[in-house]
Ligand binder design. Structure first.
Ligand code: NAD
Ligand code: LMR
Length: 342
């Protein structure tokens, strides 16, 4: 959960809502693509965090107004705006966590892979600047197709000699957020308690919710498993269709990304009990990258949880095998793109 940060100290005697007026740590966070549909609400949620001292907002346009607007919130972090490639290096210097939601979103009828041609180059160039200016930062990749953009980022970092696989994350938190919501609704469970690990990747059948590992444990009929799995896999498309050409998920994505940023900052701050699902370099399967639950620590990925992939149901085991060829192809496409550029 986004910890108590939205709730704690929220009420004072005069019943005014007060958000996090007391700094609790001083981390620097940069958002690249900060003027976009995800970038703006994500920047707002990060501005609420008591763990952040500096919030750097970068975009190719329209970021000055977003930063001016946000800077009036009386929460501890200082907001600065950076516009265009000439200001990117300054945006990144000294930053602890870089979040990248830059790039184009889907329209109805498109797959996430249809975004590859535009977003691959955007991610390559932004990660290259990250490598030059804050090579030790945690990097959170939101830009789609995540199954390819994360391998692209890894290759760019390798070419620059600064790749630390423990610090590169594909953000799949929205899949978990959706799974938790849909399972709680379907099984009439208390939302705050529900946690469903989602593994694999972040597109279509590569999104695999492990319903058998739901906490608190719940039992599902075969029909429930099928319907919930398909709904979680198609939830992005559900939003794309509802927005009818005006983009894809932005608000739920901002919520999910803010949760992943908050978890990363807590880990950086020494909290020893931080777990999230993320698409990372992994030995859990024969694929080089795989989303699964990880333990986060000061140095990034601290541990994998191999038991999450053990004792799967027959349905889950089949779905896991079925997703591998598509995920492998998307990973290889990203790697080939990055290697071709050199
Ligand atoms: P958007 O078009 O509203 O915003 C994108 C922003 O990126 C714009 O402000 C644009 O100016 C900026 N941008 C473009 N090129 C840039 C560059 N070179 N450097 C910096 N900024 C640049 O799109 P959105 O709805 O915010 O979605 C952004 C991306 O996030 C899309 O690729 C979308 O598919 C992806 N997404 C991922 C998830 C996930 O779960 N990982 C969820 C939702 C959306
Ligand atoms: C999502 O899952 O909402 C995102 O990946 C955006 C999309 O294109 O569906």
């Amino acid at each position: 959960a986004l910890r108590a940060s939205f709730a704690s100290k929220a009420h004072s005697k005069d019943r005014t809502i007060r958000y996090n007026l007391q700094p609790q740590a001083s981390f620097r966070v940069a958002v690249l693509g900060a003027a976009g549909g995800i970038g703006q609400p994500l920047a707002l949620l990060i501005k609420m965090s008591p763990l952040v001292s500096d919030l750097h907002l970068y975009d190719i346009a329209n970021v000055k107004g977003v930063a001016a607007d946000l800077s009036h919130c009386n929460t501890p972090s200082q907001v600065k705006d950076f516009t265009g490639a000439s200001e990117l290096a300054n945006c990144l210097k000294g930053v602890d966590v870089v979040v990248i939601p830059a790039g184009v979103p889907r329209k109805p009828g498109m797959t996430r892979d249809d975004l590859f041609n535009i977003n691959a180059g955007i991610v390559r160039d932004l990660v290259s600047a990250v490598a030059d200016n804050c090579p030790g930062a945690f990097i959170h990749i939101i830009s789609n197709p995540v199954n390819s953009t994360v391998p692209i980022a890894a290759e760019v970092l390798k070419l620059k000699g600064v790749y630390d696989p423990k610090k590169l994350f594909g953000v799949t938190t929205l899949d978990v957020v959706r799974a938790n919501t849909f399972v709680a609704q379907r099984k009439n469970l208390k939302l705050i308690d529900v946690d469903v690990p989602v593994v694999g990747g972040h597109a279509g059948i590569t999104i695999l919710p492990l319903l058998s590992k739901t906490k608190p444990s719940a039992s599902f009929t075969d029909q429930e498993i099928e319907e919930l799995t398909v709904r979680i896999q198609n939830a992005g498309t559900e939003v794309v269709e509802a927005k009818a050409g005006a983009g894809s998920a932005t608000l739920s994505m901002a919520y999910a990304a803010a949760r992943f940023v908050e978890s990363s900052l807590r880990a950086l701050d020494g909290d020893g009990d931080v777990y999230e699902c993320s698409f990372v370099q992994s030995d859990l399967t024969d694929l080089p990258f795989f989303a699964s639950r990880i333990k986060l620590g000061r140095k990034g990925v601290e541990a994998f949880i191999p038991s999450d992939l053990q004792g799967l149901t027959e349905y889950e085991q089949k779905a896991l095998e079925a997703l591998k060829p598509e995920l492998k192809a998307s990973i290889e496409k990203g790697i080939a793109f990055a290697q071709k550029q050199t």
